[in-house]
Unconditional design. Structure first.
Length: 243
């Protein structure tokens, strides 16, 4: 996962703290945030399946009746947590602007960070959501929606680094492999520890970079000149040096 920027969390409805809201709206957002953060802690400590709504209410200091007015179910709370974390992944380093500006240096950095487990989002929570998704259709829908959003962003990044209609299938495969490998690294983080997970993240990024550069070496146009086999065009060489 990409490291989160300290820009402030978002609620499940996408309202950022500090935004101009009526007083009642600010209070509701703050109350929801308390519930979300209490649930996050309990899900990490006890697991999603073993955490009840009453426990979340007690931990957050919010009455059970009010909690149910804010969130109709425990699945809605996990949806809000997933939305927060997905938004932070997608917004980190202003990646949308980097894609629009075709800022390749920023995109290489974003891809490198993507593979690394985020110390602020414990792997155990993500792993628990994945497990719950296998037995809970509501959670599966939540996880699938977040997966699709992140995949779409990955495809946007890859479209800049590996442009052209002829590369659509290659980009699709690379996006799917990147997501699969990143989840595997999270599992490795749980089993073998952060140091080994970061090492694997570096290996995964190096492999993806090599694949991208090999494809770019075959690409003609958009500022890339064809070079002899075994070499790299000037744009790709610069990207490799920056990496």
């Amino acid at each position: 996962m990409v490291k989160k920027e300290k820009l402030g969390r978002e609620t499940g409805y996408g309202i950022r703290h500090g935004a101009s809201l009526p007083r009642d709206g600010r209070q509701a957002a703050q109350r929801r945030e308390k519930i979300i953060e209490a649930a996050r802690k309990l899900f990490i400590d006890n697991g999603f399946h073993a955490t009840g709504v009453a426990q979340i209410a007690k931990e957050s200091g919010i009455a059970v009746g009010q909690l149910y007015r804010d969130f109709a179910s425990k699945e809605e709370i996990i949806a809000a947590i997933a939305a927060q974390d997905t938004n932070e992944v997608l917004n980190s380093d202003d990646i949308e602007r980097s894609v629009a500006d075709r800022d390749e240096s920023a995109l290489w950095r974003w891809l490198e960070e993507f593979f690394k487990p985020d110390p602020e989002c414990p792997s155990v929570l993500i792993a628990d959501i994945v497990v719950e998704a296998s037995r809970n259709p509501k959670v599966a829908g939540i996880f699938g929606g977040c997966h699709d959003r992140v995949r779409a962003r990955l495809l946007g990044v890859l479209e800049v680094l590996v442009p052209g209609d002829a590369m659509v299938a290659a980009r699709d495969t690379m996006a799917d492999m990147t997501l699969m490998v990143s989840l595997g690294i999270l599992q490795h983080d749980l089993i073998r520890g952060r140091e080994e997970a970061y090492h694997l993240a570096g290996v995964a990024f190096a492999s993806l970079r090599e694949q991208i550069l090999a494809l770019r070496n075959q690409h003609v146009g958009d500022g890339h000149e064809r070079v002899e086999k075994g070499g790299l065009c000037s744009v790709c060489s610069g990207a490799l040096a920056d990496g």
